[in-house]
Design a protein around this ligand. Structure first.
Ligand SMILES: Nc1nc2c(ncn2[C@@H]2O[C@@H]3COP(=O)(O)O[C@H]4[C@@H](O)[C@H](n5cnc6c(=O)[nH]c(N)nc65)O[C@@H]4COP(=O)(O)O[C@H]3[C@H]2O)c(=O)[nH]1
Length: 534
């Protein structure tokens, strides 16, 4: 499959993925949100149930405290009063008195209706406590309806009891959760369950939510709330209903952005190719001043891109794009061709320097040496000093291999410079790895110069370092007389910048070299006219 085709297919895949991403994320988030909502509802329901059960327990214990007034009184004397108390207070099925395990008096059945076990339809729990309560599946009189019995036993064997009808609790549960299909279970003291909701086991599906259990801090009451899958599904559907339109908008936006990004990527590559074909690139040359020779002894080649409408694209933009799009090698080869053509028109002394910028990808390319050698052969009649400028902007991975190639080219008479020194992450390691001849100080450090007799610590340190390593130093971006003099005083041998000359096209360079190329640069003079002229 040709690479172009493969890229396009990959692009479609990327657009589809970008479109799906918000949808998938949305579905996941809403599922989590639905679970959270349902869980909160479970907690709220359980807490409401507990609160109601606690209120009923409070009533029951209050009633038992009230019954204390009938202590030592025979059932015949209190029967009517008991009946009235039992009937007039909410929640109660019956209330009464105890003697040991025997029920001696009941608001429902009068005197001596039987034992406590017979009334509860089970043995009383062994709690060892004078106050206890337990949920039961029914009572002697109403065996099929759950209830809760509250008992207080006095040390003298007498006691009081109250039975709350479970119907009140079941009604409350129904009101809370019947419409939502909740299954709710309440137990007092691990007694019989009082339940409401569907009795069947919920199917084991992903949508099943965990039962929520809660206990009262005041009484031995526990509740459990189970939510059916349909509730979770409903909550999910509601969340999706709100979220899906937003997700759809996000999907469309993301697809448009991805498509634009892909188009831009493809268009940079295509545009650079087209621009090379249509000769929209040209080379500008910026003169370099030699302090020793006191005249221009070389130039740096800087690529320019002129659009047919007269606009230009900044080199830092199209060079970065070419590096990212894998176009820097063809572009540099194009630069070398343009330079070779221009150089044929030059009238310069042998040894005149021509510096050219090289990107890391090209240095690592297997045909790098051949490319440079071809260029050198094409301009060999001019006997130029070719300087290869490495920049730290993009990292050179295979340092040893690149160093070997550079050494080979050095043996054939070329020089190597490190460009924009100090701005990257690996300035010092480059000094150690590569066979360098020149160090070009970035204009950021030159801009820091404030006074001729003062210090510029970092700049001074770089200059000293270069001298120690026996590298020749070039100051880049020199714009003022002060900067020029400062560098001159500190033994910087080459100067490049607007103060000396701006980058210019080939025709203007030839004229400039003729008129000003041999003139010394004097710091005291005003160079305004010279700069504008160039
Ligand atoms: N403010 C200021 N700027 C000054 C002064 N003197 C020169 N300059 C600018 O500083 C840049 C020097 O080039 P660079 O550091 O190699 O930085 C270059 C270089 O890294 C890259 N570049 C340019 N042409 C090529 C090329 O053919 N190949 C590669 N790989 N990179 C290139 O693009 C960068 C920017 O290039 P340009 O825009 O041409 O910008 C040039 C030049 O116009 C000055 O006194 N003041």
């Amino acid at each position: 499959m040709p690479p172009q085709r493969r890229n396009r297919d990959f692009g479609w895949l990327l657009i589809v993925c970008a479109g799906l991403l918000p949808l998938v994320l949305g579905i996941l988030c809403t599922a989590i949100e639905a679970r959270h909502t349902v869980h909160q509802q479970q907690i709220t329901t359980a807490n409401s149930l507990l609160a109601q059960a606690e209120r009923m327990s409070d009533s029951a214990w209050d009633m038992i405290t009230e019954l204390r007034q009938f202590h030592y009184q025979p059932c015949s004397a209190i029967e009517d009063k008991l009946q009235r108390e039992g009937n007039l207070n909410a929640y109660f099925r019956s209330i009464g008195k105890l003697e040991g395990d025997n029920v001696t008096c009941s608001s429902a059945y009068g005197m001596n209706p039987g034992s406590l076990s017979e009334m509860m339809l089970r043995h009383p729990p062994v709690t060892g406590k004078a106050w206890w309560s337990i949920s039961i599946r029914g009572t002697f009189g109403v065996p099929n309806r759950p209830a809760v019995i509250f008992v207080r036993q006095l040390p003298d064997g007498e006691g009081f009891w109250a039975v709350i009808d479970g119907q009140y609790l079941m009604d409350f549960m129904r009101a809370l959760g019947e419409s939502r299909g909740y299954r709710m279970t309440m137990r007092f003291n691990d007694g019989a369950p009082i339940t409401s909701g569907p009795a069947e086991q919920l199917p084991e599906t992903y949508l099943k939510s965990e039962p929520w259990r809660a206990e009262s801090s005041r009484y031995p009451i526990s509740v459990e709330v189970v939510v059916p899958p349909s509730e979770l599904l409903k909550a999910w559907r509601q969340a999706l209903f709100i979220f899906l339109p937003m997700a759809a908008i996000f999907s469309i936006l993301l697809m448009i952005l991805t498509a634009n990004w892909l188009r831009r990527r493809i268009s940079w590559r295509d545009e650079i190719r087209r621009a090379m074909r249509n000769r929209q690139f040209s080379v500008h040359y910026q003169p370099v001043y030699s302090m020793a020779a006191q005249h221009c002894n070389g130039v740096e080649a800087l690529l320019r891109w002129h659009l047919p409408n007269g606009d230009t694209i900044r080199p830092d933009i199209f060079i970065s794009a070419a590096e990212e799009e894998g176009m820097i090698v063809p572009l540099t080869r194009h630069l070398l061709e343009l330079m070779a053509e221009d150089i044929q028109s030059w009238q310069v002394e042998p040894g005149f320097h021509i510096g050219l910028n090289l990107a890391a990808e090209h240095l690592q390319h297997p045909e790098f040496v051949a490319d440079i050698q071809l260029f050198a052969r094409r301009v060999q009649n001019k006997k130029l000093q070719i300087t290869l400028e490495l920049t730290e902007r993009s990292l050179i991975h295979d340092g040893e291999d690149v160093a070997r190639k550079l050494r080979l080219l050095q043996l054939q008479g070329m020089k190597v410079a490190i460009d924009d020194f100090g701005t990257g992450h690996c300035s010092l390691s480059y000094l150690q790895t590569f066979p360098l001849d020149y160090l070009k100080i970035d204009r950021g450090f030159i801009n820091a110069i404030e006074r001729l007799d003062g210090e510029t610590p970092v700049l001074d340190a770089i200059i000293n370092l270069a001298h120690k390593l026996q590298l020749e130093v070039l100051g880049e971006g020199v714009e003022t007389s002060l900067q020029f003099q400062y560098l001159q005083q500190r033994g910087v041998v080459f100067i490049q910048g607007y103060y000396y000359a701006w980058p210019m096209d080939n025709d203007r360079l030839r004229a400039w070299l003729n008129e000003q190329g041999q003139q010394p640069l004097l710091a005291e003079e005003s160079h305004e006219s010279e700069l504008h002229h160039s």
